[in-house]
Design a protein around this ligand. Structure first.
Ligand SMILES: [Zn+2]
Length: 335
């Protein structure tokens, strides 16, 4: 009887308990697979990056004169959130993060300020906004999610910068190219950069920055021109007296005639307060109408163009390679 019981328990063990143990193990293995995948995905999403050379930068706060040593990516949260609307596509914001990181390193290598790498003034170096101020300008229910989105786009591009011939590029950008970007020579003179060429982008016309108009009375035209040319004389009856004489490679105004003076497109943009040099002129009764395309100098990445490309399914690297010709996206430590 004892023997029978022993055989019985052995039979039960082999038939039920042993398979159950294996089954349990199998379930465990099956369970662990998606977890592993998830972990891998997390690593891809948030790459760990060791900033050996450029861990921190010295940021000059222009108003107070204070120089603050800040960790580069937390600095970039404040820059990206100041430079691009948070409701733009993630890939466009990621492109902006790479551009801002590149610009920061470029400035650290070519400093303008004595005791700092970069300042917080957009007209001098690069825009920067405090988190408190940034949040206060967003609608209350979007504050948390917007800031998280900005952090995400900086973290997901950790360590990445744009290079040309292994050097960080001078990563110019602007709001809206009007469909075609400009080369820097036509804006600032000089010799230009090989990676900044005329490129076309579809989809920018859907943004509010694309089209604008400025209407000025003949008197206003004269008064504005007088600030620079006090001998200005225009015969508004003569069609030849106000005329675009020459266009740039990107079809922006290169030279325009106003009476006895010829102005560059850039000069005319400043004097008449136009959003870009991509404009046409129409003389009307006692006034002049400028019809303008795009917003900004037009050099490098167009922010609305980046957003339009992201909406068409392009990623941040596609966007960067579109606006900066022949560049590479490298890790900071490798330069
Ligand atoms: Zn500065």
């Amino acid at each position: 009887m004892k023997k029978f019981l022993l055989y019985f328990f052995a039979f039960v063990f082999i038939c039920f308990l042993l398979p159950a143990l294996f089954t349990k193990q199998n379930i465990k293995v099956a369970d662990s697979e998606p977890q592993e995948e998830q972990q891998n995905e997390e690593i891809i999403l948030e790459p760990k990056y060791d900033y050996k050379k450029y861990g921190t930068i010295k940021l000059l706060h222009k108003e107070t004169g204070e120089v603050e040593e800040v960790e580069i990516d937390s600095y970039l949260y404040h820059v990206v959130s100041a430079e691009m609307p948070a409701d733009y596509e993630l890939e466009a914001l990621k492109a902006q993060a790479i551009v801002a990181r590149t610009y920061t390193i470029y400035k650290a290598l070519h400093p303008k300020h004595e005791n700092a790498d970069i300042c917080d003034d957009s007209t001098c170096c690069q825009a920067w906004v405090s988190k408190k101020e940034r949040l206060s300008r967003w609608e209350e229910d979007k504050r948390e999610s917007n800031w998280q989105k900005i952090e995400q786009c900086v973290n997901q591009t950790k360590g990445k910068i744009i290079t040309y011939n292994k050097e960080p590029i001078n990563a110019f950008f602007h709001a809206n190219s009007g469909g075609t970007t400009e080369i820097p020579v036509n804006v600032w003179g000089g010799s230009g950069y090989d990676y900044l060429q005329v490129v076309e982008t579809a989809g920018e016309e859907g943004y509010s920055q694309y089209a604008s108009e400025v209407e000025l009375s003949n008197d206003e035209i004269i008064n504005k021109l007088k600030t620079k040319y006090d001998d200005i004389q225009i015969n508004f009856e003569n069609n030849e007296d106000i005329k675009i004489l020459e266009y740039t490679e990107s079809n922006r105004v290169k030279t325009v005639k106003f009476g006895n003076h010829e102005l560059s497109g850039v000069e005319a943009r400043t004097i008449f307060g136009l959003k870009s040099t991509n404009f046409s002129i129409e003389k009307q009764e006692n006034k002049v109408k400028f019809t303008v395309k795009g917003y900004g100098h037009g050099v490098g990445m167009s922010q609305t163009g980046a957003d339009a490309m992201a909406k068409q399914g392009k990623n941040c690297e596609d966007i960067i390679n579109h606006f900066y010709v022949g560049v590479e996206i490298q890790e900071i430590n490798s330069i």
